[in-house]
Design a binder for this molecule. Structure first.
Ligand SMILES: [Zn+2]
Length: 305
């Protein structure tokens, strides 16, 4: 049984078009603002958006729910682990040290390209150290990022279908599905800052950076019809990766399956979506996942605990 509803934005657009037609105002030939027009709650914490007639299959819906639940669990656990170090002053486990070294290039004894005054594992807190930028400063920064993502994802996840084979409007602009990019597994659009008054298509964009409200960015898009190509953990990684773009304004400095990932420095890693996502997944799996580009290529789809 299809229990989807019309997207409120679609209903509003249709109402606006009716009013404009009544009073003789300009309406473009294609008055849609976006591509997807239906939304459906797949669970108590997962809402999905898709195009009418393109509802994901039952196995895909089941995997989307599993992936969303796993994303919530993984990011809660990551938040707990970082909070344990920052607030309860628990010692960093060897696994945590390995994850920080692999995914954030936070390597004991290294000064992060001159950004750290000191970098000592489990250093005792001393008053005179409080104003220094050290290993704990970085761990605290990562903790805040994990907390923010955990808050957002555990409040409820909204995923929109990429639907590359059919999508003819992407990020508010017209696109030709014949030229679809099937390599993109997820994306978050930049903020639309202006619309063409004649076509109602987006005319300019802005990607926020630093500490701003992530709601300026678009929603998380993933291929709803390809969910079963992933394990629940790999799908969770994708959701967390995209959530860092949306809520933390991260960039893709390098994907973990890219040889350049090994060359990222500390500063770049702290702005890199895959670094947070794979660190969180690794903590959940109790093993360093995506440890090399080759392993990451496999873990992108088939990561298991
Ligand atoms: Zn990305």
């Amino acid at each position: 049984m299809d229990i989807s509803i019309k997207k409120p934005t679609t209903a509003l657009r249709e109402a606006e078009v009716r009013v404009r037609n009544l009073v003789g105002m300009h309406v473009p030939a294609d008055p849609r603002r976006g591509y997807t027009d239906r939304m459906e709650a797949l669970s108590g914490s997962l809402l999905v958006g898709y195009k009418e007639g393109h509802r994901p299959s039952s196995p895909n819906r089941a995997m989307l729910v599993a992936g969303a639940n796993r994303a919530q669990q993984i990011i809660r656990k990551a938040n707990d682990q970082f909070a344990g170090i920052c607030f309860l002053r628990k010692k960093e486990s060897q696994l945590m040290q390995d994850i920080l070294a692999t995914h954030f290039k936070l390597i004991a004894g290294d000064d992060g390209g001159g950004t750290l005054d000191s970098n000592v594992v489990n250093q005792r807190l001393r008053l005179k150290k409080i104003l220094q930028t050290d290993r704990r400063t970085v761990i605290e920064k990562i903790r805040r990022a994990m907390l923010s993502i955990s808050f957002h994802l555990n409040t409820g996840i909204y995923l929109i279908d990429i639907d590359a084979d059919h999508r003819d409007i992407k990020s508010g602009k017209g696109v030709d599905p014949a030229n679809a990019d099937h390599g993109t597994l997820g994306y978050v659009s930049a903020e639309k800052t202006s619309l063409d008054p004649m076509t109602w298509r987006a005319a300019s964009f802005r990607w926020s950076s630093g500490i701003t409200c992530g709601f300026r960015h678009g929603e998380i898009h993933v291929p709803l019809g390809r969910a079963t190509e992933f394990t629940d953990i790999s799908l969770a990684q994708l959701i967390i990766h995209e959530a860092t773009h949306k809520y933390l304004n991260t960039d893709d400095e390098a994907y973990a399956n890219d040889p350049d990932y090994l060359n990222l420095d500390l500063t770049e890693s702290l702005n890199n979506a895959d670094s947070y996502a794979w660190a969180a997944v690794s903590l959940y799996c109790k093993a360093v996942k995506a440890a090399t580009p080759a392993l990451a290529a496999a873990d992108d789809f088939q990561c298991t605990k």
